[in-house]
Design a protein around this ligand. Structure first.
Ligand SMILES: Cc1cc2nc3c(=O)[nH]c(=O)nc-3n(C[C@H](O)[C@H](O)[C@H](O)COP(=O)(O)O)c2cc1C
Length: 311
């Protein structure tokens, strides 16, 4: 359950709802906040001016501005929910939580998973006590989990997975570009113990993605995705659109400030059905996306992988 953007009480409600639907284990995923994220007044003003053009075009009355949220306190409260509810698995991206947090989770028997985008990050995660590590290749849709230098986190899955598997002892979960049984079998051959798929589920019938978003994916091709910081301030991969193109070369505010400042634009764009201003996070495997139910996709992945491994 991706809880990075959720409020603590929403996390609690959804965790309880999942529990009411299944006795099987599940995971909650959190974003580790960068507590040093800040911007100068002139940088904020510059971004407000750039985004104003789009606000006007979308008919928004309020000018873009920063809501001034206490990110650390929201994150801490979400962690408390994870502890209190005894969530079986907690995975993190964008960084490594402090040792007290990891200790509290492990004390309660929660399995801790960390996202790494290069070998050094994976080693750091293992030293911090991760039970398993998600190795996220550069093909992946959505945000890069990189917490070292941005440029150090753009290794493709084919190269990343075996190098991470060689460097650490805990199980590696391959993420990035895995769309079907071939990708799963290949990941296992490369040394992964499991896989994490994002893009493949976006076009599933149960997915809550905006219908325009789903439609864009079903017609997108592998060369149409782009890495951008324009929406959130953190590098992320999505299907290219007008906003990404026009913001190319403009220095974004650091995450999560840019994310907060573009939020009203994105919300309005979704309401008005204007995908050129929405983030359409997607991985490079997008051409392989199908409109299936989750059950159909899972059955296809499991039986297809079994067949390939038998060969
Ligand atoms: C729409 C979308 C949202 C995502 N949200 C999160 C998230 O909240 N937390 C996270 O750790 N990864 C997130 N990811 C990344 C996935 O966990 C995973 O690394 C990635 O999807 C794997 O590559 P693939 O998209 O090629 O399958 C997201 C990916 C997509 C496509």
């Amino acid at each position: 359950m991706g809880a990075g953007y959720m409020m603590p009480e929403e996390v609690r409600e959804d965790v309880r709802r999942i529990r009411s639907l299944t006795e099987k284990p599940f995971g909650v995923n959190l974003f580790v906040p960068d507590l040093g994220a800040s911007a100068e007044a002139d940088e904020i003003q510059r971004m407000e001016e750039i985004l104003s053009r789009y606000s006007i075009e979308l008919g928004l009355e309020e000018k873009p501005s920063l809501p001034g949220r206490d990110y650390e306190s929201i994150y801490r409260k979400k962690l408390e929910v994870v502890w209190e509810e005894g969530v079986p698995v907690c995975s993190f991206t964008f960084g490594i939580p402090d040792s007290t947090t990891l200790h509290e989770l492990k004390k309660r028997g929660t399995v801790v998973a960390g996202t790494a985008t290069n070998v050094n990050e994976a080693v750091e995660w293992e030293e911090a006590g991760a039970d398993l590590i998600v190795a996220q290749g550069s093909e992946a849709g959505g945000h890069r989990g990189t917490f070292h230098k941005e440029e150090s986190g753009l290794v493709g899955s084919m190269a990343l997975i075996p190098q991470v598997a060689d460097a650490i002892n805990c199980p590696v979960v391959a993420a990035g570009g895995v769309m079907d049984a071939r990708g799963i079998a290949a990941s296992l051959m490369l040394g992964a113990a499991g896989v994490q798929l994002g893009t493949a589920f976006l076009t599933c019938r149960e997915s809550g993605a905006h219908p325009l978003y789903k439609n864009a994916f079903l017609h997108a091709t592998e060369e149409q995705t782009a890495l951008t910081k324009a929406f959130s301030g953190k590098l992320a991969r999505g299907v290219g659109n007008r906003f990404i193109e026009e913001m190319d070369g403009q220095p974004a505010l650091p995450y999560p400030l840019q994310n907060d400042m573009t939020a009203p634009l994105r919300k309005q764009a979704a309401k008005l059905e204007r995908p050129e201003f929405m983030f359409l996070w997607s991985g490079q495997g997008v051409r392989l996306a199908e409109a299936l139910t989750v059950k159909e996709l899972m059955m296809k992945l499991v039986s297809g992988t079994g067949d390939l491994l038998d060969k």
